[in-house]
Design a protein around this ligand. Structure first.
Ligand code: ZN
Length: 362
């Protein structure tokens, strides 16, 4: 699913193309995608785009009158920029946003229909979508360590928990852990201060490098190759291929709908993580899918009812961190990516179990 680097580049390109433009129309093509009833798509017609921001893995398009379009791509949702008035494609098409400069098409190449669109009035209502994950770029070393140790989990799960950290999913967590030379299945309670500092650096370095890489790739265009599997990745999607650092074959752990890729030499002192105790650990500490975790947490944080701006007092025990912030451009100092001689990566096999979902509006 699109993670921080991908969503950041979507946001930047949408800023360039839509800010100051008026939304001429919002065409909803799928009965499942729109999860709110008010304001209606018709009420937003003619409103001028004032802002485009990232909130976790969501994209917020703010329009006149303090109203927001909240897009969550989930796993298979994608955005495409097409000539103005472009038809919404059948089957995968969810919605279209028409601007004088072109049409933004929202698609989802999955029968599961998990991608969502919310239209909300008032900035306070956005609290419902804020998972409270820590922004690793802004976090101090102490705040990062505190957040990592706030719950006892495997590091892989902690990094990908949107209520703990902002914008990191399955793909970039694999890359971050490889860069930090840490096993995905170390428990957060057992890692040293020095290892946490290394992990923090790896989060910042990896996300920054990838954001810049994707930004360079897209240039003045619009992202049309958003994928969790990229040839330059070190371990994610690279099962059986040589680690770019040491040449050892990349291994994987598959559990339920999840897969973690790692290099045994760089990350686990040569051990293969495939024994029964690992299965037990995963059973206890691994959601069936990361999307499911996201949704479960979402329900815990904010009641799913479509209600006027719930004050963030219904929040969980932990103090909640980063709010919607305009994604800042990455600093120029980016780490060099390990070269990878490999060919195309396998398709994304991550699935997600269907959870109880709000019915489409009548
Ligand atoms: Zn290695």
């Amino acid at each position: 699913m699109p993670e921080l680097p991908d969503v950041t580049v979507y946001v930047e390109r949408l800023q360039a193309r839509t800010i100051g433009q008026s939304l001429e129309g919002l065409r909803v093509a799928s009965p499942f995608v729109l999860r709110t009833v008010s304001p209606s798509p018709a009420e937003l017609r003619g409103a001028r785009v004032a802002s485009v921001e990232r909130l976790g893995k969501r994209i917020l398009i703010g329009v006149d009158g303090d109203r927001y379009i909240v897009i969550h791509l989930m796993i298979a949702g994608r955005l495409r920029w097409k000539p103005r008035g472009e038809k919404v494609p059948g089957k995968v098409g969810l919605a279209a946003f028409d601007f004088p400069t072109g049409t933004l098409i929202f698609t989802e190449a999955s029968p599961k229909k998990r991608a969502s669109l919310h239209l909300v009035a008032g900035r306070a209502a956005l609290a419902e979508f804020d998972r409270g994950g820590l922004d690793v770029f802004d976090a101090s070393a102490a705040a990062f360590a505190e957040r990592l140790r706030s719950e006892r989990h495997t590091i892989k799960r902690a990094l990908t928990d949107p209520t703990l950290f902002d914008g990191i999913g399955n793909a970039y967590s694999d890359e971050i852990l490889h860069a930090a030379k840490l096993s995905p299945f170390r428990m957060t309670s057992s890692i040293s201060d020095a290892e946490i500092a290394t992990l923090h650096d790896a989060c910042v370095g990896t996300l920054r490098w990838w954001t810049q890489r994707l930004r360079d790739e897209v240039g003045d265009g619009f992202p049309d190759k958003v994928t969790a599997f990229r040839p330059e990745m070190a371990v994610h999607g690279k099962f059986g291929q040589p680690c770019p650092v040491c040449g050892t074959k990349v291994q994987r752990i598959v559990y339920a709908d999840n897969e973690a890729n790692y290099c045994p030499t760089c990350q686990t002192e040569g051990r293969l993580l495939a024994d029964r105790s690992l299965s037990r650990l995963l059973k206890e500490d691994w959601p069936r899918s990361l999307e499911e975790l996201d949704e479960r947490r979402a329900q815990r944080i904010a009641p799913p009812a479509i209600a006027p701006a719930a004050p963030p007092t219904s929040a969980p025990k932990r103090s909640r961190g980063a709010k919607a912030a305009l994604t800042a451009p990455a600093a120029p100092s980016a780490p060099a990516a390990p070269p990878s001689p490999s060919a195309a990566a396998p398709p994304n096999t991550v699935g997600a179990r269907k959870l109880g979902k709000k019915p489409p509006p009548a």
